[in-house]
Design a binder for this molecule. Sequence first.
Ligand SMILES: [Zn+2]
Length: 163
Amino acid sequence: MDAEKTAWEQRSVVPVVPPVQPRKLAKVPFVELADGRLQGVVSSGSDIERVYVSSITAGSHALSCSTNNNRPCGALHGYACKHIRQLADEAVVQYGLDRVARYLGVEVPEGGDLMSCIDGHVERTPAAVVFSRFLRHLAYLEVPDSTEPLAELHWFPATGAVR
Ligand SMILES: [Zn+2]
């Protein structure tokens, strides 16, 4: 390993701070309740370069999943694909089941599971809007150096990211 490469690797390391609640950040780097949807960005299980933009619309429970290049998710037909399920799981970790269920307008019985209560049809939502929000989220990377931890950055893979 030459010195130049080592220096590059040292500069690219992002300090990792512990999350308030443990989330699978490498899997679901971005989740939000916004624009009348539960929406977010989910890593592809097989291709580290690809991400999916998934959403569940509040009220109608319409399901949408496509890549960041607006290619429809091949696993979404009639029922939620694993990306939407991962997104829902992470939203429950981040916001709590009550808040997510209330936002989406879902009645989840005591001890019940959110996704088993969602019987939505497939409705393709353009990925660009959600993805641009995600990129704005990443713009924190450009804030000046600070010793204060940025909670939004702790998912960012530094070295040895979990696949
Ligand atoms: Zn999908």
